[in-house]
Design a protein around this ligand. Structure first.
Ligand code: ADP
Ligand code: MG
Length: 243
C-alpha cells in the first residue's frame, strides 16, 4: 500500500487549468521531489494535497483510503496529517521560537500546554535551536527561522511533510543547515514531498523525482533516471543537458 497515491488529479484557479491529469505515488518513508520550471504547478500540487485548494477531478488516497476534498471532515483530517512548510517562513513576529512552535497545538488542537511545551523544546533541540527557545524571529537568521518553521510543522505530528522551496528565500550560506534538517528527518523515516531548486540535494536524497511542465508530469523516475538518463527532451532542456 502507498502512503499517498494521486490519480488523475486536475486543478484550476477560476477555470484556468493548472494541473492536468497528474498521477504519482509516494511510499512510506520516501522523499518524492517535484522539479520543473516556474509556473509548472509544483506548489499547486502541494496546496491541493494540504487541503488548501479543492481539486477539480481525480482521486487522492492516503494510506489506501480515498480522501474527499469536498468534505469538511475529510479536509480537516487531511490537514492534520499533511503539513506544509513554505518558502516564506511566516513565523509570528511577536512570539518567541518556542511560542511559535506551541501555539497551534495548544490553541487549535487544544492540547495540554505543558506536554506541548516539552515536545516543542525537544523539537527545537532536534533542529539545532535548543539555545534559541526564547529568541524572537527578528533575532534569528533566515536559516534558523526556517528551522523554527519546520519544528512548528513537526509539532502538529504530521504523517507527511510537504516542503515548498523551503531554502529558496535563504542566503546561500544558510541553505545547508536547512537541508541538513531535512536529511535528518529523512533518516528518521518521515515521508516527504518536496519542491526544491537545489538539484544536488534533490539528486542525493530523493527516492523519486517528478519533472513537471505545464501542469503535467512529463517524466518521473529515480534521481539517476531523471538526472543522468532523462528520456524526454523537455526534461533534459530543463536540466540543461541538451546536446
Ligand atoms: P510552481 O510552483 O511550479 O511555480 P504554481 O503551482 O505556483 O507553479 O502555479 C501554477 C500555475 O498556476 C501558474 O500558471 C500560476 O500563474 C498559476 N497560479 C498559481 N497560483 C495562483 C492563484 N492563486 N490564482 C491564479 N493563478 C495561480
Ligand atoms: Mg511554487
Amino acid at each position: 500500500m502507498y502512503h499517498l497515491e494521486v490519480k488523475n488529479l486536475s486543478a484550476d484557479y477560476g477555470g484556468h487549468k493548472v494541473l492536468n491529469d497528474v498521477s504519482f505515488t509516494v511510499d512510506k518513508g520516501a522523499i518524492v521531489s517535484l522539479i520543473g520550471p516556474s509556473g509548472s504547478g509544483k506548489s499547486t500540487i502541494l496546496r491541493v494535497l494540504a487541503g488548501l485548494l479543492p481539486p477539480v477531478s481525480g482521486e487522492i488516497l492516503l494510506n489506501g483510503t480515498p480522501v474527499n476534498y469536498r468534505d469538511r471532515g475529510d479536509v480537516k483530517a487531511v490537514r492534520d496529517c499533511l503539513t506544509i512548510v513554505f518558502q516564506q517562513f511566516n513565523l509570528f513576529q511577536n512570539m518567541t521560537a518556542l511560542q511559535n512552535v506551541t501555539v497551534a497545538p495548544v490553541k487549535i488542537r487544544k492540547r495540554n500546554r505543558k506536554d506541548v511545551e516539552e515536545e516543542a523544546v525537544e523539537l527545537l533541540k532536534k533542529v539545532g535551536l535548543g539555545h534559541k527557545l526564547n529568541a524572537y524571529p527578528d533575532q534569528l537568521s533566515g536559516g534558523q527561522q526556517q528551522r523554527v518553521a519546520i519544528a512548528r510543522a513537526l509539532a502538529l505530528k504530521p504523517e507527511i511533510l510537504l516542503l515548498d522551496e523551503v531554502t529558496s528565500a535563504l542566503d546561500p550560506e544558510l541553505v545547508q543547515e536547512v537541508l541538513d534538517t531535512i536529511r535528518m528527518l529523512a533518516s528518521e523515516g518521515m515521508t516527504m514531498l518536496t519542491v526544491s531548486h537545489e538539484m544536488g540535494f534533490v539528486k542525493e536524497v530523493s527516492s523519486k523525482v517528478l519533472f513537471l511542465d505545464g501542469g503535467c508530469i512529463v517524466e518521473s523516475g529515480s534521481p539517476r533516471q531523471i538526472f543522468d538518463h532523462a528520456e524526454e527532451l523537455r526534461t533534459r532542456q530543463f536540466l540543461g543537458k541538451v546536446l
